[in-house]
Design a binder for this molecule. Structure first.
Ligand code: UD1
Length: 365
């Protein structure tokens, strides 16, 4: 069976890695790995292929950055050509990016069945482009791989049948388990002059946090006023906004914050594991912090990963400086917090999601 896997953005590569490895074990599966080119900087894409020893994509469509319609539209035009040429039996799309949506829409219109990995996640916030992408992708799919029971419940309540919805677990968790030993050998703490538990990590890239200079400035001020030093791997989008607004120079003057280029997967896992707490607006990092028992403070009003907030491992603070410092003080003042978090049951599966996904796909032919 010809299985086309569409990736394009950083988190999709991480989610796909264990699935690719599993597919490679199956002789009956011909894997066609297509990269849309949504992410193109070395640190946003290629580094993950190196670190995770993934095969080169059979095509990179080179679409790049643009407005949502431009980016998604161009991906669709290129993907249609790739699908017509390669005639996949099934198209698999992981996650919730514009590349995910483009892959799903093109395939379903060509009457090629679509399998969505990470189906059923819902933030119920339609201002998030990812929420739109998730919903439309799910509703274009005939095989829906939900990472948790809660995601499956969301899908059943939207009218999907038990036959279409599977709960294999989360391949992102598989990935973490497969790479955590290597992560411990990166030496990133030493490289950045950090000591375990004596710093906090920050990532920020959502338009609602970074595109408006007042909000971005407010968040940065609150982070700089924390007791501990902050390490901040800066997403290219965020760097552009910090530069444009003159905030970058100001932040660089502060000894409380260390700005670095986007990190690779192993370095980021190690940084997260040893951080006293993590501040983020990313979806994936909320889960990684949860799995690594690091308290997470999410700079968003809503999350699709309610599994992490229900257990209080993750708290939503939006961009409010008051809430940021309150949540930080609470996490900081509880030294045994990581021990407590390690006892929470993991609802994201047992680290074998990819095997179940590939075996389900093999059966679907
Ligand atoms: C995308 C995903 C988001 C995911 C994130 C992970 C969508 C709608 N969003 O957001 O869900 O969490 O990836 O990083 O698909 N840029 C570069 N180099 C790159 C890539 C981007 O400089 O390699 C800059 C460009 O200025 C670009 C901006 O970053 O305009 C935003 O990139 P884009 O792909 O539109 O979305 P992300 O913010 O990365």
């Amino acid at each position: 069976m010809r299985l086309m896997l569409v990736v394009g953005a950083r988190p999709q590569i991480i989610k796909s890695a264990p699935i690719i490895r599993e597919a490679q074990k199956h002789n009956e599966i011909e894997l066609q790995l297509i990269h849309t080119g949504q992410h193109y900087d070395f640190e946003m894409s290629r580094i993950f292929f190196h670190e995770m020893t993934l095969p080169e994509p059979s095509a990179n469509l080179g679409v790049g950055s643009g407005t949502h319609a431009w980016q998604t539209g161009n991906m669709m035009i290129q993907l249609e050509k790739a699908m017509v040429k390669n005639r996949p039996d099934l198209v698999m799309v992981p996650g919730d990016t514009n590349s995910t949506l483009a892959g799903a829409l093109v395939a379903v219109k060509l009457h090629v069945p679509v399998a969505h990995v990470e189906a059923g996640a819902r933030s119920y916030d339609m201002r998030m482009p990812e929420e739109i992408n998730r919903r439309l992708t799910d509703h274009s799919s005939s095989l829906l791989f939900a990472p948790t029971k809660n995601c499956a419940k969301n899908l059943l309540s939207e009218g999907f049948t038990n036959k279409a919805v599977k709960v294999p677990g989360d391949p992102m968790y598989d990935s973490l388990l497969q790479h955590i030993a290597t992560a411990s050998k990166t030496g990133i703490l030493k490289k950045l002059g950090l000591k375990s538990e004596e710093y906090v990590a920050l990532t920020l890239h959502r338009p609602e946090n970074v595109d408006d200079s007042r909000i971005l400035g407010r968040i940065m001020k609150a982070i700089i006023s924390l007791k501990l030093r902050t390490v901040f791997p800066v997403h290219p989008r965020t760097r552009q906004h910090l530069e444009r607004t003159g905030l970058l120079a100001k932040i660089q003057e502060s000894p409380k914050i260390k700005l670095v280029d986007p990190l690779g997967y192993h370095e980021m896992l190690q940084l997260t594991k040893h951080s006293r707490m993590v501040f983020t607006d990313s979806g994936g990092l909320q889960k990684e912090a949860f799995w690594l028992h690091t308290p997470c403070i999410t700079l968003r009003e809503r999350t699709e990963w309610i599994e992490t907030t229900e257990s209080h491992a993750n708290v939503l603070v939006g961009s409010s400086p008051k809430k940021i410092s309150k949540a930080a003080a609470k996490a900081m003042g509880t030294p045994e917090i990581k021990e407590k978090l390690s006892k929470i049951k993991n609802p994201f599966g047992d680290g074998h999601a990819s095997q179940r996904i590939i075996s389900e796909i093999s059966k679907s032919r």
